[in-house]
Design a protein around this ligand. Structure first.
Ligand code: SF4
Length: 218
């Protein structure tokens, strides 16, 4: 894919993804406009199916919608509320630690800088960028496994890991697409450009895509 092709690619993705389910963290963000809920649901979502994330987040936020309410809960209760999210016991500890620090160090508010967010245990670049983009509407590029895989398949970037993809996209991707690229490519990756055997025969991006590393497709 040539750099200028990105405008056509985004236009097609916007049309295609309208029919697909919105990723769970975006559902939380749109419903709440709360950086705290985006942060916590993003932690719940790691290695967890979208349906589970949506339900676990709803149960937890019904009980504790703020850091102040969350920090008072016992770890076993947080774990029970987010079960069966992957690593639910570890995540319960992380959620409580984050909530305590937010209350003690930030007056119960989530910081809106990448560096401060990355200083919390359990918060990586993907989560920090999602909090900035979905929670605060600030510029950031959230690169997860779908964004990394698809941008490399297109031949838009040539990188070895998601962090390198984020850096390459920061240099290459027009800023107007930074926030939405994650939602578009997560939906596209879950529904069409699958990790194994993508559905290239029905893909409207096939004439733009170099299919780098695609050994098997449908
Ligand atoms: S042509 Fe295949 S590899 Fe390329 S974006 Fe479409 S589904 Fe993915």
């Amino acid at each position: 894919m040539k750099p200028d092709d990105i405008h056509r690619a985004i236009g097609i993705l916007r049309e295609e993804t309208r029919a697909w389910r919105t990723p769970s963290v975006t559902v939380v963000a749109e419903a709440s406009r709360s950086p705290f809920k985006v942060l916590i649901s993003c932690i719940i979502s790691l290695r967890t199916k979208d349906e589970v994330t949506t339900q676990s987040s709803a149960r937890l936020f019904d009980r504790a919608p703020t850091p102040e309410a969350m920090e008072g809960l016992p770890a076993e209760e947080v774990a029970r509320l987010i079960y069966p999210a992957g690593f639910y016991r570890t995540k319960a500890e992380q959620i409580l630690e984050i909530s305590r620090r937010l209350v003690a160090e930030y007056g119960g508010r989530v910081p809106d800088s990448l560096d401060e967010l990355l200083a919390f245990r359990g918060v990586g670049r993907k989560t920090a960028n999602l909090v900035l983009t979905l929670g605060f509407g600030k510029p950031g590029i959230c690169v997860d496994t779908h964004v990394h895989r698809i941008c490399n398949r297109w031949g838009y970037v040539a990188t070895k890991n998601p962090d390198a993809t984020e850096m390459a996209l920061r240099a290459l991707l027009p800023p107007e697409y930074w926030i939405e690229i994650n939602d578009l490519l997560v939906a596209f990756g879950q529904n069409l450009c699958h990790p194994v055997s993508p559905r290239c025969s029905i893909c409207r991006l096939s004439d733009l895509c170099s299919r780098v590393g695609v050994a098997q497709s449908r």
